[in-house]
Design a protein around this ligand. Structure first.
Ligand code: AMP
Ligand code: MN
Ligand code: MN
Length: 321
């Protein structure tokens, strides 16, 4: 993996580093941040980790998660030498209006083009930011101890859906093999990530599955505030709902519509491969990857559902003509 010299150079030179990942952090955002933080601290640097949203309960097995702060660090003594954006390529996705850092670096694997930062290392064909950070730590010559390995493995594991997606390349498996050699216990991570569903979350899932609607080969799965109330759940209990709907036989694209306000929704899309959902996400204030992307829409639930289903149909008609 070719890493820009400007990136490794800037990180080597920095004494203080601020790491920031995207809002609603997932396993890749958190695993990458925590792993890079540990490795850089091992090199004698002072590192802070920032995320606008709290660490979801299912990721609280990651060593060091308590240190992820939601508050911008005090910069009265000066800006950090380097800012590193992880698993996102733009300021907007961090949820902050501005971020301090004498040099601004981006380590990301999203398809959507952005221009933020002085040095951008963006590899859309790589499985995860975690796989990139694994290679970055190696290039820096820093240590990967068992805890760092656990964070990196979780990042790669979650973004590849447990090494199932087409993004799982020989390089992802090589990184994973190395991390297992360094002490990672795969089952322990599987259990934490995929096999620790709370009874309330399972009920929410049942309710959402019952309500799945089909528009030809598009499946729509919905979660509303009323459903949270009825089951005693919150938005962090909806992870993987979009994948759930995609897993249905004959479904090409799944759309997960999650209520965020009276008439506002987060829209997640998952494709089996024939439709590039990142392109559609760009039309709804979002972005992502070919097979997994998301954005935001306003209106009533019926309007949002209608608009996104039509957008998908049009995109496919255009791509076929
Ligand atoms: P999600 O549907 O939230 O699981 O996200 C799927 C992929 O799309 C992830 O890689 C996200 O980083 C990306 N994504 C989701 N929402 C947005 C957004 N509003 N803007 C840019 N990228 C997004
Ligand atoms: Mn992510
Ligand atoms: Mn990612």
């Amino acid at each position: 993996m070719k890493i820009p010299d400007a990136l490794t150079g800037a990180i080597r030179q920095a004494q203080s580093v601020l790491l920031v990942a995207h809002v609603s952090p997932d396993g890749d955002a958190l695993g990458s941040s925590l792993a890079l933080a540990r490795a850089l601290r091992g090199m004698g640097k002072s590192v802070s980790i920032l995320d606008k949203d709290a660490v979801p309960r299912i990721y609280r097995f990651l060593p060091g998660w308590e240190a992820v702060s939601a508050e911008l660090p005090d910069v009265s003594g000066g800006e950090p030498d380097a800012l590193v954006l992880l698993d996102c390529g733009e300021l907007e996705r961090t949820g902050f209006k501005s971020l301090p850092g004498r040099v601004k670096l981006v380590v990301d694997h999203h398809l959507t083009e952005r221009s933020y930062g002085d040095v951008r290392w963006v590899l859309p064909t790589v499985s995860s930011t975690g796989e990139m950070v694994y290679n970055l730590i190696r290039a820096l010559g820093a240590e990967i101890d068992a805890k760092t390995a656990l964070c990196l493995y979780t990042a790669i594991f979650t973004d590849t859906g447990g090494f199932r997606y087409s993004s799982s390349t020989p390089s992802s498996f090589r990184a994973a093999a190395d991390l297992v050699e360094l002490g990672v216990k795969p089952w322990s991570i599987t259990e934490n990530v995929y096999e620790s569903i709370s009874p309330a979350r399972m009920r929410l899932m049942g309710m959402a599955i019952n309500g799945i609607r089909f528009h030809d080969d598009v499946a729509v799965i919905v979660v509303t505030h009323d459903m949270y109330r009825e089951t005693g759940t919150t938005d962090e209990d909806t992870e993987n709902f979009a994948n759930l709907a995609r897993s249905i036989q004959g479904v090409e694209v799944a759309v997960f519509i999650r209520q965020t306000g009276p008439e506002s929704f987060k829209v997640s899309m998952r494709s089996k491969g024939r439709v590039n959902v990142a392109a559609i996400a760009e039309t709804i204030r979002g972005g992502g990857h070919h097979n997994a992307a998301g954005g935001k829409m306003d209106g009533t639930l019926a309007e949002v559902e209608e608009r996104i289903v039509v957008a998908l149909k049009n995109a496919r008609r255009d791509s076929q003509s």
